[in-house]
Design a binder for this molecule. Structure first.
Ligand code: ZN
Length: 202
């Protein structure tokens, strides 16, 4: 359009520019969407992003998608009873840290923490217990068994899980027999079972 694009190979200004919709997958986000640009030299047929326009568009889109994902993670945690203040207290973060993150002022470390907590929300309670190793181990065992029942339900597998016994520290009877066709290739007819969001939202 206005700017004078030149072919890096032959120097011609006879460039055809096409725009497309580019998308980058990101966790806890619909993804970063941007308008990608492809330049083609009509003289020598060279193709590429001559003005390096895509790098900038991608970094803006990724920053925006991160902001959206942080807000949705924080909202999801709040809906499941973990307020921002509670998370801050548990992880010993200064007050209003999460509000700042939500507003876009977020470090790579902050984003990593939020993604972990969104994946394993019970880690907030482990943090609240000062990372006590006994509590952490009990909690891990509990959540592991819960996860197994969810998996079993998801794959329609018969299980015998006794959750109450683990609290007393006695014996746990867990039987999880996975069928051989777990890859999901075989369709039983009524419903296809694809492993999509097994653990994300319980
Ligand atoms: Zn050219």
């Amino acid at each position: 359009m206005g700017t004078e694009l030149q072919c890096p190979a032959c120097g011609s200004s006879d460039i055809e520019v096409t725009h497309d919709r580019g998308q980058i997958e990101m966790p806890f986000s619909p993804g970063a969407v941007y308008e990608s640009e492809t330049d083609r030299c009509r003289k020598c047929e060279m193709e590429g992003d001559f003005a390096k326009a895509n790098d900038k568009a991608i970094s803006i889109a990724v920053a925006e998608a991160k902001k959206v994902s942080v807000a949705s993670i924080i909202n999801y945690l709040a809906e499941s009873g973990k307020s921002m203040a509670y998370i801050e207290r548990a992880f010993d973060l200064p007050q209003r840290t999460l509000m700042r993150w939500k507003g876009g002022d977020l470090s790579a470390g902050g984003l990593a923490l939020l993604r972990l907590v969104a994946t394993f929300p019970w880690t907030v309670e482990v943090a609240e217990a000062q990372f006590n190793s006994v509590y952490a181990t009990q909690r891990l065992a509990h959540e592991g068994i819960n996860a197994m029942s969810r998996l079993a339900q998801f794959y329609n597998i018969d299980t015998k899980v006794n959750l109450s016994s683990i609290e007393k520290g006695v014996k746990v009877d867990v039987r999880l027999v996975l069928p051989s066709n777990l890859s999901g290739c075989q369709n039983t007819g009524s419903e296809t079972m694809q492993p999509k969001e097994v653990a994300r939202h319980q």
